[in-house]
Design a protein around this ligand. Structure first.
Ligand SMILES: [Zn+2]
Length: 236
């Protein structure tokens, strides 16, 4: 009886470990979402307008490689998540690329417990921002994003934290505001989402496409995509 109980318990433990190990980082996992064929350029344009162009009027993005230095108390999974985001985002055509560096960073990513946040806000002059699990402050010059600071509350639940990091990195690359689309990684209610939505992913591709430049206005970007076929664009 006891033996059966022990075997039963062991298999539960084994099953649990398996679930934890394979839930996110199996070989097929990707933070991008290209699986939904029903998305359209019109949805992408609405999203880009909602979260960026309605705030800055002309298009902004990174053109230089993003060099992320992290500090604080990230877990091993935090680093795995960061590496996976970098790997997946670097697949986007026209994106200047991200990598992790030890110095000469243009993005500082700080993992810190809640109690340390007020001091960090003071130090980096983020005092006008409220940190709710995470925050991203960007700096841009003539439409070119050149620097950012991201702060992540390190002592929250790991799955939530993974989503918060993805959310803040998505803000960092140029999607400034929040969306009323609840499937979006930057949804307005702050609901944790495991990966980008199909519209997030298409909008990312549209923003960074090499033919789309800094300073372009909504109508110019829209005119470009009205001439394009989605299927052909995805294979670019
Ligand atoms: Zn946000």
């Amino acid at each position: 009886m006891i033996l059966i109980a022990i075997i039963g318990l062991m298999s539960i433990i084994f099953l649990q470990t398996n679930i934890v190990n394979h839930s996110r980082f199996d070989n097929n996992f990707c933070f991008l979402n290209d699986s939904d064929n029903s998305v359209s350029f019109a949805e992408g344009m609405n999203f880009i307008y909602e979260v960026q162009l309605s705030k800055v009027r002309t298009l902004e993005k990174w053109t230089i490689p993003i060099r992320i230095k992290y500090e604080g108390d990230p877990t091993k999974e935090d680093i795995d998540v960061l590496n996976q985001i970098i790997k997946d985002f670097n697949k986007i055509n026209g994106f200047p690329g991200m990598k992790i560096v030890n110095k000469d960073e243009n993005v500082l990513l700080i993992y810190a417990p809640k109690e340390a946040l007020p001091e960090i806000q003071q130090k980096y002059n983020l005092t006008n921002l409220t940190i709710d699990k995470g925050v991203c402050q960007r700096f841009s010059e003539n439409g070119e994003i050149t620097q950012a600071i991201i702060v992540i509350e390190s002592d929250i639940d790991q799955n939530t934290k993974n989503s918060v990091v993805l959310h803040e990195i998505f803000h960092m690359i140029g999607f400034y505001g929040h969306s009323y689309d609840n499937a979006s990684i930057i949804n307005h209610i702050g609901e944790p989402i495991p990966k980008l939505s199909a519209v997030d992913t298409l909008s990312f591709r549209m923003l960074y496409h090499p033919e789309i430049s800094i300073g372009m206005e909504y109508h110019e970007i829209n005119a470009y995509y009205q001439e394009k076929e989605l299927a052909e664009f995805m294979n670019d």
